[in-house]
Design a protein around this ligand. Sequence first.
Ligand SMILES: Nc1ncnc2c1ncn2[C@@H]1O[C@H](COP(=O)(O)OP(=O)(O)O)[C@@H](O)[C@H]1O
Ligand SMILES: [Mg+2]
Length: 375
Amino acid sequence: MSVSSLLSRGAVDILEELQILTAKTMEKVEITKQYEVIRELGKGTYGRVNLVIHKARGTKMALKFLRKKTTKQKSFLQEYCISRYLSACPYIIGMYDIAFETDEFYVFAQEYAVAGDLFDIIPPQVGLSEHTTKRCIYQVALALDYLHNRKLVHRDIKPENILIFDKECRKIKLSDFGMTRIAGTTEKRVSGTIPYTAPELCETSKHSGFLVDYSIDVWAFGVLLFCMMTGNFPWEKALHSDSFYYEFYQWQKYKNANVPSQWRRFTSHALKMFSKLLSIEPEKRCSIKDILWYFGKTWLVTKEESHPSEAKNNNDVFVNIKPQGLPYLNGNTLDSNKSDTSPSLSFSSCSSYEDVPKESNANSILVSAPIEICV
Ligand SMILES: Nc1ncnc2c1ncn2[C@@H]1O[C@H](COP(=O)(O)OP(=O)(O)O)[C@@H](O)[C@H]1O
Ligand SMILES: [Mg+2]
């Protein structure tokens, strides 16, 4: 399928042109001459993100370093240009017009998110309050809708890629467009599985191709929502061999009344929303904007009972963060020994950074970085 039939010609032109122009104008820079390095904000196999001060301007910014050994220039340009293309959205990380190289790295500059990423503020096995969750996830929904309206699929939705500017999540921004691709293109699956990976991808054999589709993000969004409200993953992998997933699968497929224990804390409205987001069949999964209606409903059973005032205030979420008129909307067997608690989010060894090369060859693209789960 041609790229132009999937993305409006204008957008393809802009993205391609941006990449060509950036490649032409990219200079070699000696970091310490232009930037004062303050500290490391994140680190991985592919590189790192540093907080720096631009010496000439005095501006604090985040520099993302991608190691040349593991990242091709084309991939770097793609990530940088897609990030720039999307950065006009208030719910997507801002970009400076700065991309350069050093002997070892390709580098670009981003707006600095002062409070870090969402993973660090989700209390393990407890989760965030319904109010904070709604405030945060609403902004993530708008960011994803913006992306999807531009025929792009993020493909790596998880708390580590949601940057926050305050612990209450009044202002959050989606980031890390290293895996973002145009919807409808075919990609090879070359890496492992994380709790956010949709079942159809978990089942895909390692080297077979699959179609990049919005439904991948919708699934990950559903898992993210569960994690935020519970402080646990719903499962380790969306595979029948995973007892938590298998229980969920049976429940959804046969619509029996036995709600698995870790889902019992949710109201019927929230469960309806989850079954739309986490529809087993990708073609039946809803679109992100379909769930906006549910923000006016209560999601947690216990919250409503124990904190009626907070439940009453749920609609405030919209008053505070809703931009006028939603500008971006266009229209196996069960393990009998398992505990009632799904896999915990609370482990230090749980990292999105693993010893997997980001790109082992030009055609291989990670579906998602593997994550080590310690139950
Ligand atoms: N602009 C930023 N402001 C603050 N922290 C950031 C910023 N960008 C990245 N980080 C931190 O660095 C981590 C890795 O950055 P990311 O762009 O996701 O790299 P990777 O592609 O290796 O996952 C993030 O999870 C976050 O903790
Ligand atoms: Mg990341």
